[in-house]
Design a protein around this ligand. Structure first.
Ligand code: SF4
Ligand code: SF4
Ligand code: SF4
Length: 446
C-alpha cells in the first residue's frame, strides 16, 4: 500500500474543492493512503513570490518540504505550479550546498531542516510510474471507449527539465497513456504543448490570457470531446475563462476535465459524487455522449473485436489494393469501418455498400496482422441477413440454399455433353441440420 503526503496548494482548496474530492476518492480506491500536511503554506507561486526575492522563494518552499519530511512520506502534488516550484527547490537543495545551508540556517529558527529525504511527485507521475496503468485498468467499470480527449499537460508539469525529469518536456507521453488507459483516444493536436496563458493574468494582461486560451479551445472544439488536465490554474483558464467568453457570445463548448474526475467516472463514481456540477462549462452533453457511446460499443463488442477493428480503421494501408475500390469510388471500406465505430451500426448493416466486398481476401493476404477487412464485412452481411436485409439476388440464393442445399439444379446441357446424372442431393438431410441450428438459436456461422 502506497502512502503519500498530499500537497494541495492554495487554489484547489479555495476555489476548486471538487478537485481535492476526486483526487482523494480515486487514490483511496487505488489503495493509497494520503496524509495531510499540517502547517503548509503557498508552495510558493513562482510568478508572485520569486519577484519578492529568491531567498523568500527558497525558504517558503523548503519550509513546506521540511514539514513533509517530518511525515516521512513523499509529497504528492496535483497542481502543476506547486509541483514545479517544490520540485525545483527540492533538487536545488540537493545539488547546491550553498543554498541548502543558507536556507536551513533560516529554517532552524523554526526548528525545521530539509535534508532531502522526501521527494516531490506529480499526480501524473504517481499514477503512471508508481501505481501503474495495469492497476488503474483493473479498477475500471465504465470505460471511455470511443471518446476523444485532448490532453493538456501544462508547462509546469514538465518544466524546467533541469529539475523535472519524469517525462519529456517537449514530447511527453505519460499523461496521454493515462487517458488511453481509460479507453479514450488521447488525441495529438497542434497546440498540445501551448501554455494556457494563466500567468498573463498576474501581469494584468487578461486580453492576452484570453487570446492564448482561445487558440487551444478553438482547436480542441473541432477535434475532441473534452480537454483533460491536472492543474487548477490551467483549469481556471479553460473552464472559468471559457465561461466568461461564453457570456460575451463566444460559445466554444469545450468540457474541461480534471484527470481524477475522468478516472473517477471510469471507476464507476457518479459526476455528482465527484462534485462535477461545480464546473462552469456544462458537462451534460459530454456525459450523455459518453453514456450512449458506452452502451453502443458494449453491443458492438458482443459481435466484433473492437480493438482489432479500431487498429484496422487507423491503419487503412490496404484500402487502395481492394479491387472494388479500383472500380467503384463510392466503395470505401475504411469509411464503412469508421462509421461502424462511430455509432452507425444500423445504417451500415442497412447499406448496400457492405455487399460490394467480394470476399476476395486481397486485404487479408496483404495484412501483416492477418486481420482482413473481409472479416468485418462477413459479420455485417450476417447481421443484415438476420434482419431480412440484403440484395435481392443474394436473398433468393439463400432461400434456394435453405430449401435445396444447392444453388442450382442440373439442366439439359449435361445430357448434351453426355454426362451422367449428378450424385443425389443431400439437401433434405442438410435442411434438417440447418433447422436444428435455427431451433437452438445458435449463430449460423462457422
Ligand atoms: S499551462 Fe499555464 S497555468 Fe498551466 S502550468 Fe503552464 S503556465 Fe501554469
Ligand atoms: S486489413 Fe490489415 S492492412 Fe488492411 S487496413 Fe486492416 S489492418 Fe491494415
Ligand atoms: S475482401 Fe472485400 S474489402 Fe477486402 S480487398 Fe476484397 S473486396 Fe476489398
Amino acid at each position: 500500500m502506497q502512502e503519500y503526503t498530499l500537497f494541495l496548494g492554495c487554489i484547489i482548496p479555495a476555489r476548486f474543492p471538487f478537485m481535492e474530492k476526486s483526487t482523494r476518492l480515486v487514490l483511496s480506491q487505488l489503495g493509497c493512503i494520503l496524509h495531510d500536511l499540517e502547517g503548509a503554506t503557498c508552495c510558493p507561486t513562482k510568478s508572485i513570490v520569486k519577484p519578492i526575492g529568491d531567498l523568500a522563494w527558497y525558504v517558503t518552499a523548503a519550509r513546506n518540504l521540511a514539514l513533509a519530511q517530518k511525515t516521512g512520506h513523499n509529497l504528492l502534488v496535483p497542481c502543476n505550479g506547486c509541483y514545479s516550484t517544490l520540485k525545483s527547490v527540492e533538487v536545488e537543495m540537493r545539488v547546491n550546498p550553498g543554498i541548502r545551508d543558507e536556507v536551513n540556517a533560516i529554517l532552524a529558527s523554526a526548528g525545521l531542516e530539509y535534508t532531502g529525504t522526501v521527494e516531490v511527485k506529480h499526480l501524473v507521475e504517481v499514477l503512471h510510474d508508481e501505481i501503474g496503468l495495469p492497476k488503474i485498468k483493473q479498477h475500471l467499470i465504465k470505460s471511455f471507449d470511443g471518446m476523444r480527449i485532448a490532453p493538456h499537460y501544462g508547462c509546469h508539469m514538465l518544466r524546467p527539465s533541469s529539475s523535472i525529469t519524469f517525462d519529456d518536456p517537449n514530447k511527453p507521453k505519460k499523461f496521454d497513456a493515462l487517458i488511453e488507459a481509460l479507453g479514450a483516444k488521447s488525441i495529438d493536436y497542434e497546440t498540445k504543448m501551448l501554455c494556457c496563458g494563466g500567468n498573463l493574468n498576474t501581469a494584468d494582461e487578461p486580453e492576452e490570457a484570453t487570446a492564448l486560451a482561445r487558440i487551444k479551445l478553438m482547436e480542441v472544439t473541432k477535434k475532441a470531446d473534452a480537454i483533460a488536465l491536472t492543474c487548477p490554474s490551467c483549469f481556471m483558464q479553460y473552464d472559468s475563462r471559457q465561461y466568461m467568453m461564453q457570456k460575451t457570445g463566444e460559445k466554444l463548448n469545450v468540457p474541461v476535465l480534471f484527470y481524477p474526475e475522468l478516472l473517477g467516472l471510469a471507476m464507476g463514481l457518479s459526476a455528482q459524487e465527484l462534485g462535477m456540477d461545480m464546473h462552469r462549462i456544462d458537462l451534460a452533453e459530454f456525459l450523455s455522449k459518453w453514456d450512449s457511446k458506452y452502451k453502443y460499443l458494449k453491443t458492438l463488442k458482443e459481435v466484433f473485436d473492437l480493438s482489432a477493428i479500431r487498429k484496422c480503421y487507423e491503419c487503412a494501408a490496404c484500402v487502395n489494393d481492394c479491387p472494388v475500390v479500383k472500380v467503384n469510388p463510392d466503395f470505401n471500406p475504411n469509411e464503412i469501418i469508421g462509421r461502424l465505430l462511430s455509432g452507425e451500426l444500423e445504417a451500415v448493416t442497412g447499406s448496400h455498400n457492405i455487399w460490394q466486398c467480394v470476399d476476395c481476401y486481397t486485404c487479408y493476404e496483404l495484412c501483416p496482422q492477418k486481420m482482413g477487412m473481409n472479416k468485418i464485412f462477413d459479420k455485417l452481411k450476417h447481421m443484415a441477413i438476420e434482419k431480412g436485409m440484403g440484395p435481392k439476388g443474394f436473398a433468393a440464393s439463400i432461400e434456394m440454399f435453405r430449401k435445396d442445399g444447392r444453388l442450382g439444379e442440373p439442366t439439359s446441357m449435361r445430357k448434351k455433353l453426355k454426362l451422367a446424372e449428378p450424385p443425389k442431393s443431400g439437401g433434405e438431410e442438410l435442411k434438417k441440420l440447418l433447422d436444428h441450428i435455427n431451433n437452438k438459436g445458435e449463430e449460423n456461422e462457422i
